[in-house]
Design a protein around this ligand. Structure first.
Ligand code: AVJ
Length: 318
């Protein structure tokens, strides 16, 4: 059953934040914009397409881990919990978790209201009798859990290596915020992408079909549409690079020539070769992942990985 409840933000609330983040990001040196703004309707669809690409191993590897090991979860998490998912819930991962642990309620939290509404409705239909309580909001900001789960122990679910979008200091802050939000006695199931051969990493973010390029460039389309911009899309090239010092893939939009454009009535200049840094995707070694969790006030209790060690899924307790 899909339940509506008060803590849902009005849709218009996202617009000033988008405008603010993009103007601030284009004004700084080097230019950099937050990756949360990739996910308009088209961006969410393109991301779904990315997860099916032959080069993009994280999604199918994590699904494999859930298929193989979700059956071990009931014995490790003990009580019947409310699952709080950080993200809209993927049609393929969330059911594997819910089927394995039979939770008392399911609370997906996502910034994209439309996407959240459709994925929640599909999930509620697939799990009749499960209270589904979507929350629209940015889990990096302040938000409250539905009062319906006030008395239930919680299992946080943070799949997809979404934590990788944050630099380690911000990731630690987020893990601590999740710990505070979920409370004493809660647990967390989190997916993290591993450090591996750079060629394999780069291919995953610069696929041969150009879907990731379209995903990256869609940010400019959104800027032009929603902020009245005249950014010349055809002047930009998608770049994915491995930053070894920071153990992260970086996505950039590189200006192929010197450019002047306008966004929300403000004028911006880019030199030829200058980039807008649109996303970082941090990767963690086995020990790095555990260290990050501990710094975030979570104690790892179990870790699962695939035979190639591409991706890991870690269960931690508060
Ligand atoms: C959703 C942040 C986990 O970093 O792999 C995929 C986003 N960007 N391809 C990732 C993404 C380009 C993805 N995360």
């Amino acid at each position: 059953m899909l339940l509506d409840h008060p803590p849902t933000l009005p849709r218009e609330a996202a617009d000033p934040a988008f405008r603010h983040d993009i103007l601030a990001g284009l004004s700084r040196t080097p230019k950099a914009t937050p990756p949360i703004w990739f996910y308009d309707q088209r961006g969410s669809e393109l991301f779904e397409a990315i997860t099916d690409l032959p080069e993009y191993y994280p999604t199918r590897t994590e699904i494999g881990l859930l298929e193989r090991h979700a059956g071990e979860l009931p014995g490790l998490i003990g009580r019947r919990r409310a699952v709080v998912e950080f993200g809209a819930g993927s049609a393929r991962k969330t059911p594997l978790l819910l089927r394995a642990i039979d939770p008392a309620a399911y609370v997906p939290i996502d910034i994209s209201g439309d996407f959240l509404q459709s994925s929640s409705a599909a999930l509620a239909a697939a799990f009749p009798g499960l209270p589904v309580l979507p929350v629209v909001g940015d889990f990096l900001g302040d938000l409250a859990l539905p009062s319906a789960i006030a008395d239930l122990p919680r299992l946080g679910f943070f799949p997809g290596s979404t934590i990788g979008n944050m630099a380690p200091d911000a990731a630690v802050d987020l893990l601590r915020a999740i710990r505070r939000l979920l409370g004493e006695g809660s647990m967390l199931l989190i997916g993290m992408d591993r450090i591996k051969d750079p060629d394999r990493l780069i291919a995953a973010y610069d696929d041969s079909q150009g879907v990731t390029a379209a995903f990256n460039l869609n940010l400019l389309t959104r800027i032009n549409r929603e902020l009245g911009g005249d950014v010349p899309l055809d002047a930009f090239v998608h770049r994915a690079i491995w930053n070894d010092g920071k153990a992260r893939i970086e996505m950039h939009l590189e200006a192929g020539r010197a450019l002047d454009f306008h966004v929300a009535g403000r004028r911006f200049h880019m030199a030829a070769g200058e980039t807008i840094h649109t996303e970082s995707s941090h990767k963690y070694g086995m020990r790095d992942a555990r260290l990050l969790l501990r710094a975030g006030h979570w104690d790892p209790v179990r870790e699962w990985t695939d035979p190639e060690g591409l991706f890991s899924m870690i269960l931690a307790r508060a």
